[in-house]
Design a protein around this ligand. Structure first.
Ligand SMILES: [Zn+2]
Ligand SMILES: [Zn+2]
Length: 327
């Protein structure tokens, strides 16, 4: 078959594939899917090789099935957490704006019909501003638009133009950044994670932390199983030893990286910061005048941890910009 013929056959096959799986026609989604597949494969290789070569582990499984059951449970939980985080919304400004506008419209409609202060249906509010319900905020200030609510979170005299995202054409609340990979503005933007194929923001930062935690535990446990194997079986079959040592070395590198990442994100949680705010502190206008060791959004380590861990009373929580005088 000629080169041209091969190319035509390949194009036909890919067209048919895209017809059945339209999501694969987008190159970005295709590469994200390939990365997900690679991650699952990596997990299967590290764990699978252990079960293929380690006869002691197989014997131990027969003697103490609960030990292997807990290990496999952690394996499944880690992968499940990975996909859950990957599919979760980081908290897009567009969604928060839609919810806020709907809440505003509902409150005004209820006020017009009953002339009574409105309350949400199930006691939970979709958007809060600095701990207050958005509905109360809108009614109190007699504002009608998202722009007005967001601008009240900035120091007086701030211009709307300087806080409008040129890509989404919406006013960004403080701590928001436009992600060029997702092409959306994200509330409390932390970073865009290539491995997860999504942004990490207010909506999924907690899930992300738990994912790193589970991955670190998985890595440590697997590493210990590799060390136990090598202690008991070294110099029995040289090529198995080489594979096991190589895998253990790469596993150790992953483990060091994960521990550092976990410690870094724990520090961010305790000080209520994001990676973006920490790295670009001098370039973010509302953080520019604030001294180095001052964390303007921190409410104390315990409160920060509580807010991070506790299920949010509202879906989106917006925080006012810090006072640039630093007091
Ligand atoms: Zn944007
Ligand atoms: Zn993103």
């Amino acid at each position: 078959m000629t080169m041209a013929g091969t190319r035509v056959t390949w194009n036909c096959a890919s067209d048919r594939c895209f017809h059945f799986f339209p999501c694969l026609s987008d190159p970005a989604r295709r590469s994200s899917l390939c990365l997900k597949l690679a991650l699952v494969l990596l997990h299967l290789i590290y764990v699978g090789i252990l079960f293929i070569f380690d006869k002691d582990l197989t014997d131990k499984t027969k003697r103490e099935p609960w030990y292997t059951a807990i290990y496999l449970l952690l394996f499944v939980a880690t992968l499940a957490q990975y996909f859950l985080t990957s599919c979760s919304s980081p908290g897009y400004v567009l969604d928060a704006m839609r919810v806020a506008n709907e809440t505003d419209a509902l409150l005004r409609k209820t006020l017009l019909t009953s002339k009574q202060p409105a309350s949400s249906k199930n006691g939970s509010v979709a958007v809060t501003v600095g701990g207050n319900q958005l509905g109360r905020n809108l009614l109190g200030s007699n504002a009608t638009t998202w722009t007005k609510v967001v601008m009240e979170m900035y120091p007086p005299g701030s211009s709307v133009r300087s806080w409008t995202c040129t890509y989404c054409n919406i006013v960004q609340p403080p701590r928001t950044k436009h992600c060029h990979d997702c092409d959306k503005c994200v509330i409390e933007f932390d970073h865009h994670c290539v491995w997860l194929g999504t942004c990490i923001g207010q909506g999924n930062h907690c899930r992300f932390w738990w994912y790193i935690c589970e991955e670190t535990a998985m890595c440590l446990w697997t590493g210990l199983l590799y060390i136990t194997y090598l202690e008991n079986n070294i110099s029995k079959t040289w090529w198995i030893d080489v594979i096991m040592i190589l895998l253990l070395i790469t596993l150790s590198i992953w483990f060091i990286f994960l521990v550092l990442l976990l410690l870094f994100h724990s520090y961010l949680v305790l000080t209520n910061q994001t990676t973006y705010e920490l790295v670009r502190r001098r370039r973010i206008p509302y953080l520019r005048g604030i001294p180095e060791r001052v964390y303007p959004f921190s409410k104390g380590a315990c409160r920060n941890l509580y807010n991070f861990c506790s299920p949010r009373s509202s879906k989106y929580s917006l925080e006012a910009a810090a006072n640039s005088t630093g007091d």
